[in-house]
Design a binder for this molecule. Structure first.
Ligand code: FE2
Length: 197
């Protein structure tokens, strides 16, 4: 039997990411405007009014594209822009991994916010994003980035196992158990009245 390792399918790659903005010149980012996620915000009327006035870019991210095997590491940056719908901060759609038992690391490059997480068993957690701080998203936890700054984008670098896959549908249908809203100028996590068990 040969002990020669299987041939790798990718070459070593150097990728540029701007440390402040998170943007890369290597690929086009995937962009999500408010109209693509307006129904995810608690105040539906405020979301519809904002979309009618200006369908702003809420977030964008770079999917650098690696083979979807457990031996590969998918990576990229995520940029969530500042703003609110009603009193709810701008956020990403959020997702579970299709392979639930896969974790992810996010490292905050700039801005301020939270990673909101919940698992199918009912636990939820929120970890603050500050520049220079990494958040470890445990296996089984859906995750969503939330920008709580009034002026600065929230910029993170992420890495996860290449075979994890993305399940957006569960969150699109059920929502997260918690919302992050501004109360007296501070972020607060409150129950999502529209959450479906
Ligand atoms: Fe993820």
């Amino acid at each position: 039997m040969s002990t020669t390792p299987a041939e790798t399918t990718v070459q070593a790659v150097l990728t540029d990411f701007d440390v402040k903005t998170g943007l890369s010149t290597t690929k086009a980012p995937l962009q999500r405007r408010l109209s693509a996620m307006a129904d995810m915000y608690a105040d539906q009327a405020a979301a519809a009014a904002q979309v009618a006035q200006d369908d702003v870019l809420v977030y964008e991210f770079f999917d650098m594209g690696v083979p979807s095997t457990s031996g590969d590491v998918a990576y990229g940056t995520s940029i969530t822009y500042p703003g609110k719908v009603g009193d709810e901060y701008y956020m990403t759609k959020g997702h579970f991994h299709e392979v639930l038992d896969t974790a992810e690391i996010y490292y905050c490059l700039s801005g301020n916010g939270y990673m909101l997480m919940e698992n199918p068993e009912g636990d939820w957690q929120a970890a603050e994003f500050k520049p220079g701080q990494a958040v470890y998203v445990p296996r089984r936890y859906a995750h969503r980035s939330i920008n709580i700054s009034a002026t600065e984008p929230l910029v993170t670098f992420f890495a996860f196992p290449g075979h994890a896959g993305h399940d957006y549908g569960t969150i699109e249908t059920k929502g997260f158990r918690k919302l992050c809203v501004e109360r007296d100028g501070r972020p607060e996590f409150v129950d999502n009245p529209r959450w479906q068990a």
